[in-house]
Design a binder for this molecule. Structure first.
Ligand code: AMP
Length: 519
């Protein structure tokens, strides 16, 4: 993101980040990120792609940390602020982070993480306590390394069909390509003001919203967390020109709007007029949601398709005809093709796997050459998603693997959740499936076979557990081990799991047991 910092100099006086706590200009962002880079360097001249993990909530500190890591030559590894210890510890260890930057509210967690994985811990309060608001003198800022576009910049952890989450490594060049593609396609300008409500350990929030805004000299208003009423107040304030979210967020906003009286509904509709573009992505946008949103706000949502590994690939147009249920055409700098099981390109009207090429496509899975080799064929990245071209536009049909679940825009692996549930002393067998749901896209649901009483009772005594397993006890047990959005929200207990003659789990049959059948 080399040009990002040069470009920021053009906008020095403008507000870059606004939060409920205050406003921060591009000049402040440049100075303070240079100070953070200096702190991280601690006398060295270049971090040389050391991994710097950071556990910082949305706000100016987050951005300053991210820029500071980049400017000191490190690789940024954002940690999710709602993840429990085991998930964070996994990322620290897998990425081999040497430094952990944490907001003081996560100081205890940071200390525990550093006990399990020795590293230098820096609290954001450390630099605030120094001369955070004072004018930085040239003396206090080290000379920063010259970066090249081929250097690794970011590792984002994403779930796949097998094993634990993999670290998707993007270079500065990959990120620049992803950002410039979107900035041109969606007509970003320095006059834009975007409301940011998305997680900051995921590509959607980091690239599409935050970095596109800062690349353009625009203003990014960051809310610490999603709150439907607060979001509505901002959306209809007249001060926002852009909004991007996942379908679940639009569903929650519709629900909140429906609870208002007529006058308030009208006020919100009117307020949304100042917005020039509203985007949906990271999961399929149900057509009824798109239609309701259009009815409520007058905005026909622009749906796009992308992935952590490739950035954004397909998009409906900014100008011209958007189509419900379609994700449009390839974005600038992106090549897309659909292939059959033999790897042959399929003609329009025939479904095929989406494969992508372009400068935005990631470099590698961190320290996992086998997994990296598996997802590239003839230099095309294989997405594992199925689509069809109709009327020259792409329509997403779903995923090839049933073991990938998209819930609330998060990609989760059924197998990873199963592995964790199997460590519960009462669980003998389990199958996790995604069951279609109007609010979440899919819900994480678990079918379990419990151990026989004798074993269970003994284990219970030893582990001090409740004798009976139900959704509530399973959820509270799982919340300490996996991210909140991976924790099953529905549970059935079976005598045995449905399997085919080869003994393989038949997951569609399990989805049916939750009362849903794919017709
Ligand atoms: P992530 O890497 O977490 O952004 O997840 C990427 C996955 O989200 C893709 O491989 C798709 O399965 C899904 N996805 C993203 N955008 C869309 C969309 N507009 N419609 C359907 N699925 C989508």
């Amino acid at each position: 993101m080399l040009s990002l910092f040069h470009r920021a100099q053009q906008y020095e006086e403008k507000v870059a980040i606004a939060t409920p706590d205050g406003q921060f200009t591009y000049a402040q962002l440049l100075v303070h990120s240079a100070q953070v880079a200096t702190l991280l360097l601690a006398g060295r001249i270049d971090l040389q792609e050391e991994r710097v993990a950071f556990l910082v909530p949305a706000g100016f500190d987050y951005v300053v940390t991210q820029w500071g890591i980049w400017r000191s030559g490190g690789i940024a590894v954002p940690l999710c602020v709602t993840h429990p210890y085991p998930e964070l510890a996994y990322v620290m260890a897998q990425s081999g982070a040497t430094i952990l930057v944490a907001h003081p509210q996560f100081a205890a967690m940071a200390r525990s993480l550093a006990e399990g994985h020795p590293c230098r811990v820096i609290l954001t309060s450390d630099w605030q306590a120094s001369d955070w608001q004072a004018d930085a003198t040239a003396r206090s800022i080290a000379s920063l390394p010259n970066l090249t576009l081929d250097r690794r910049a970011l590792i984002l952890y994403t779930s796949g069909t097998t094993g634990k989450p993999k670290g998707v490594v993007s270079t500065h060049g990959n990120l620049e390509a992803q950002v410039t593609s979107l900035v041109s396609a969606w007509g970003w300008t320095e006059d834009d003001r975007i409301l940011h409500v998305l997680p900051l350990h995921h590509i959607h929030g980091i690239v599409n919203v935050l970095t596109c805004a800062l690349w353009s000299g625009a203003l990014c208003y960051m809310l610490p967390k999603f709150d439907a009423e607060l979001v509505w107040q901002h959306l209809c304030s007249g001060g926002i020109t852009l909004f991007m979210a996942v379908p679940t967020i639009y569903t929650k906003l519709i629900t909140a709007w429906e609870k208002c009286d007529r006058a308030e509904q009208e006020r919100r509709r009117e307020g949304c007029r100042a917005i020039r573009l509203m985007v949906s992505g990271s999961a399929a946008l149900p057509v009824p949601i798109l239609e309701q949103w259009q009815h409520i706000t007058g905005h026909f949502l622009l749906e796009r398709y992308g992935m952590t590994e490739i950035g954004m690939a397909l998009s409906n147009p900014l100008q011209g005809d958007r189509q419900a249920g379609s994700v449009g055409k390839p974005l600038p700098q992106v090549q897309v093709r659909l292939v059959d099981e033999q790897g042959q390109a399929v003609p329009p009207g025939v479904p095929g796997e989406i494969q992508v090429q372009g400068p935005g496509v990631f470099l590698e899975y961190w320290q996992n050459p086998t997994a990296t080799a598996k997802v590239f064929r003839d230099r095309w990245f294989c997405t594992g998603d199925l689509a069809v071209v109709e009327d020259d536009r792409y329509r997403i049909l779903g995923r090839i693997s049933v073991d990938i679940i998209k819930t609330g825009g998060y990609k989760v692996s059924a197998l990873e959740i199963e592995e964790v549930l199997l460590t519960h002393p009462q669980v003998q067998e389990c199958a996790v499936v995604g069951v279609p749901d109007p609010e979440w896209g899919e819900r994480v649901c678990a079918a379990l076979v419990l151990r026989s009483d004798t074993t269970v009772n003994l284990t219970h005594l030893a582990m001090n557990l409740e004798p009976s397993l139900n959704l509530e006890t399973l959820r509270s047990w799982a919340k300490e081990r996996i991210a909140p959005y991976k924790v099953p929200t529905r549970l059935i207990i079976l005598e045995s799991l449905p399997r085919n003659v080869m003994g393989k789990l038949t997951k569609p049959a399990i989805v049916q047991l939750f009362g849903y059948s794919r017709s």
